[in-house]
Design a protein around this ligand. Structure first.
Ligand SMILES: [Zn+2]
Ligand SMILES: [Zn+2]
Length: 307
């Protein structure tokens, strides 16, 4: 998967950083996490096609995380999108979009499947699956912000094990289409009547890659669970340690706290983002996080990371 931060500033855009949005690009489809104002311009700059956008996942209803929705949804209507789009977010997002529709401000003529999740959606079950395609799933958990907020995790499904050519030769399987059938999980019958099972020539199934997205939030258990063993944790680092009290008050994390979540979750990599505009140069945030979790990168608008 390719990860492209489209906006990395908290609260308001600066001349170098747009407000929150991140594209996670998979095989044949991609997903948008948050959609701050002007996200559609950033999508164009990143060179990714809204046509392949499969779902939008909003964390919470602070303006810098969803004000770009009407524009992006309208543009896809202008571009004659016909296939459906999944939209997941906290309660209120449906009312908001339906009101704009009633006021004839927003026109969406393709199927928009809106799913709202509030605190009551997590009674008795800490995690909810909100998206599934042939290759990927996306789950959500509530985080700990000033208002209700959701964190997300994209997971690639288990991949078939590696094809053992040597074994296939030993078993006398003729080179050709039978290899492909076995690789995609089907039994095959050879000319001499023997039946070969996929497990005879495939190694153990391989773990898929995962990307976790946690903003805005105080450090919390659900953030750690979303980030558990993840390949890349995208996590907010709004402040440096000297503003730890402010972070707690406003429902945010410091760079050091972001790094502690990554370490506790045993994440492979941490990408910090959502920087307060009081840091025109956010390198102090990067240094603070790296002192706890060395495998930290600092997000910039349109930077690309591969997992
Ligand atoms: Zn925010
Ligand atoms: Zn917020």
């Amino acid at each position: 998967m390719r990860i492209i931060p489209l906006g990395t500033s908290s609260g308001k855009p600066t001349l170098n950083r747009n407000v929150s949005a991140t594209a996670v690009v998979g095989e044949g489809e991609w997903w948008l996490f948050d959609c701050g104002e002007a996200t559609q311009i950033q999508i164009a700059r990143a060179g990714i096609s809204p046509h392949k956008l499969a779902g939008i996942f909003i964390t919470h209803l602070h303006g810098d995380h969803f004000n770009g929705l009407p524009g992006l949804l309208s543009t896809m209507a202008l571009d004659k999108r016909e296939h459906g789009l999944t939209l997941v977010g906290p309660p209120g997002i449906r009312d908001y979009l339906e009101l704009l529709g009633r006021l004839r401000i927003l026109f969406v003529n393709y199927p928009l499947k809106i799913r709202e999740l509030g605190a009551e959606s997590f009674l008795g079950k800490p995690v909810e699956q909100v998206y599934e395609s042939a290759r990927y799933t996306i789950v959500t958990r509530p985080l700990d912000h000033r208002i209700f907020a959701l964190g997300y995790r994209v997971e690639e499904k288990l991949k078939p094990g590696r094809f053992n050519l040597e074994k296939a030769r030993q078993l006398g399987i003729p080179v050709g289409p039978l290899y492909g059938m076995l690789q995609s999980g089907n039994e095959v019958r050879l000319a001499d009547g023997r039946v070969i099972k996929p497990a005879d020539v495939l190694g153990p199934p391989r773990r898929g890659k995962s990307v976790s997205y946690c903003l805005d939030t105080r450090p919390c258990e659900n953030a750690v669970e979303l980030a558990r063993e993840t390949d890349l944790l995208i996590y907010e680092a709004t402040f440096t340690h000297e503003y730890i009290e402010e972070a707690r008050l406003y429902g945010h994390s410091t760079a050091g706290q972001a790094a502690v979540v990554a370490r506790e979750a045993n994440a492979r990599q941490l990408l910090i983002t959502h920087f307060s505009s009081r840091y025109p140069d956010p390198r102090p945030l990067l240094e603070e996080a790296r002192s706890v979790f060395p495998a930290t990168t600092m997000a910039d608008d349109l930077l690309e990371i591969e997992v």
